[in-house]
Each structure stands twice: as C-alpha cells, then as structure tokens.
Design a binder for this molecule. Structure first.
Ligand SMILES: NC(=O)c1ccc[n+]([C@@H]2O[C@H](COP(=O)([O-])OP(=O)(O)OC[C@H]3O[C@@H](n4cnc5c(N)ncnc54)[C@H](O)[C@@H]3O)[C@@H](O)[C@H]2O)c1
Length: 288
C-alpha cells in the first residue's frame, strides 16, 4: 500500500512509519520538522520536509505519491501553545487538516486522523466513552474536535471513508522528556539525570496511558476497516494506578534510591484537559 504519514518524524508518527515499513508498505513522510526529528524516520521511508498548511506542497506530495491512505499525525500538539496562540493552533490543526482532506478528495485517499481522548472531553466524573459529552478545556481539544467534524462532513458530502482515533496519553521510546504531558518520559528523563520527579497535586489523579507501539498497531488496524467515522481509545480496561505510586515503581525497577519531590499545590498548574479515566495500564514493563 502507498501511504503518506504526516508528522511521521514525530514521536507517534515515526512508530507508525516503522510498522508500515515492516509490513512492506511504500511510505512517504510529510513533516516540517518543527518538532519531529529527521533521525526518527526509517531509512526505508521517504521524508518530504513540508508544511501541511501549504496547499501547494500538500498537492505536490499527494500528486507524486498517489497514496491510498494518509495517516494524519502532524499537529500543533502542545496544550499550552493552544492557549497562548489559539490562532496558530487552529491554523495547523484545522486548516492543515482541511488541506489534506482536499488533496485526499482529489486522489481518492482515505485519511486516518489522530485525534485525542485526553483533551476532547474536559474533566469527567466517570470514565469517558466515545459518546460522552465533549467539553474541551483548552483550544487544542477544540481544534482536534473540529478536525474530527471536518472528516465526518467530508464523509457525508463525498462518500469518503475517513476515520478518527482518539488516543489516550501515549508513552514509549522517542517521547520528548521535556514536554508537558508525557509524565512517563518526564519522570524517566529526570531520574536519568539524577533529579527528583515532581508530582502536581496530591498524586491521586488517574490518567489513561497507552504504549506507542499499541497505538501504531491500532492505527494500522483502522486502515483495514474503512467505513464510517470511528473513535477508538483504550479498549482494554486495567486498574489505573494513582500517579503518586509511579516514582516508587520506577525506583524499584531502577534501584535508583531517588525520592520524588514533595507534591506541589497544583490547582492552577494541574492539566485539566485530561479526563480522570482508567483506561489502559499506567506503566508497561517494557517502558522501564
Ligand atoms: N502524545 C500523545 O500522548 C497524544 C495523545 C493524543 C493525541 N495525540 C496526537 O497524535 C499526533 C502525534 O503526536 P506526537 O506526540 O507524536 O507529537 P509530535 O510533536 O512528536 O509529532 C507531531 C509531528 O508533526 C510535525 N508537524 C507539526 N506541525 C506541522 C506542520 N504544520 N506541517 C507538517 N508537520 C508538522 C512535527 O514536526 C512533529 O514531527 C498529534 O496529532 C497529536 O495531537 C498525541
């Protein structure tokens, strides 16, 4: 299969590229390298450095690759940036998605769109389901929802079979340990530097975590199931572990003898965009 992966030089996209290459697909990566890294991209894939907002660049890549599928991972994915620069967030996440939808329409390409389960619901009293009320608490969640709605509109208007997947909090190799959301990478990065991890709040928060290679497998599975708009996030239900137990688990595995810094009062700092949802296990053994 010929596939374009937007954002394929980034954390999740590069694992999806690896999975596609491993099964023998022809892969073109479209990434502006604003956050991704050239060295993340498999040497068996072609990297085109370009911006998804640039209609000409997108048309050119689609014209040359004539892809059967486009896995759309490129995004402004920083919640804080979405709050301080909502216009930029919308340009990349909404306008960029529309550029791809238009190119896909011309070439009969099916899009699988990386949406988010962590930011579209807001705070939830109960574990969120796909049909739960959606009330984003940051512009990032709104722009991702808009992307989903554009896909659905194109499906209704043009009979396309695009789908969207709502990922939980993804962790694994190549994750940026300096980001704001990847707590596993942040804790491991701090421990590797001999620093103490910070826990915001009292550490009893629960989040939905999913391993990056499972996300890659789910994305490839979505490619095999064309149809209506689908939303997928953690299907397997594990008991989520409170965040405060994470450093101890890391220490036990690493025998590092480090202690977490005292919890900070966190009302203002707490990321409010993620639901308190127990979806997938907090830590897979393979990340440690
Ligand atoms: N990491 C998570 O936990 C998580 C959770 C839910 C959804 N998602 C979604 O999954 C996707 C990938 O996330 P990630 O964590 O791998 O992020 P990432 O920042 O590592 O990857 C995004 C990639 O998109 C590229 N990019 C950004 N703007 C671009 C533009 N205008 N044109 C072309 N390329 C551009 C970046 O250079 C980067 O390589 C995003 O759409 C994100 O919203 C991520």
């Amino acid at each position: 299969m010929r596939v374009i992966v937007t954002g394929g030089a980034g954390f999740i996209g590069s694992h999806i590229v690896d999975a596609l290459v491993a099964r023998g697909d022809e892969v073109v990566v479209l990434d502006d390298l604003s956050h991704g890294r050239r060295e993340n991209v498999s040497p068996s894939a072609e990297l085109v450095v370009g911006d998804i907002r640039d209609a000409e660049a997108v048309a050119e890549v689609f014209g040359e690759a004539r892809p059967q599928a486009c896995l759309h991972l490129a995004a402004q994915a920083d919640v804080r940036v979405s709050v301080t620069r909502p216009d930029f967030d919308a340009e990349v996440n909404v306008l960029g998605t529309i550029r791809l939808l238009e190119a896909a329409r011309e070439h009969g390409t099916r899009i699988v769109f990386a949406s988010t389960g962590g930011a579209v619901y807001g705070e939830c009293a109960e574990p969120a389901t796909e049909s739960s009320h959606r009330a984003p608490l940051a512009q990032y969640g709104t722009s991702k929802l808009a992307g989903e709605e554009y896909l659905a509109t194109y499906n209704r208007l043009y009979g396309s079979e695009h789908s969207a997947l709502r990922f939980g909090n993804v962790y694994g190799p190549r994750q940026d340990p300096h980001g704001e959301a990847g707590v596993v990478a942040i804790f491991l990065g701090k421990l590797a530097r001999g620093e103490a991890p910070h826990i915001f709040g009292d550490g009893s928060q629960q989040r939905d975590y999913v391993y990056v290679r499972d996300v890659a497998a789910a994305t490839l599975a979505a490619l095999e199931r064309p149809g209506r708009l689908q939303h997928r996030h953690g299907r397997r239900h594990f008991r989520a572990r409170p965040l405060r137990r994470l450093p101890a688990r890391v220490r036990r595995r690493r025998r590092a003898g480090l202690r977490p810094a005292p919890a900070r009062r966190a009302a203002a700092e707490r990321p409010r965009h993620e639901p308190r949802r127990a979806g997938a296990g907090l830590l897979g053994a393979d990340v440690l």
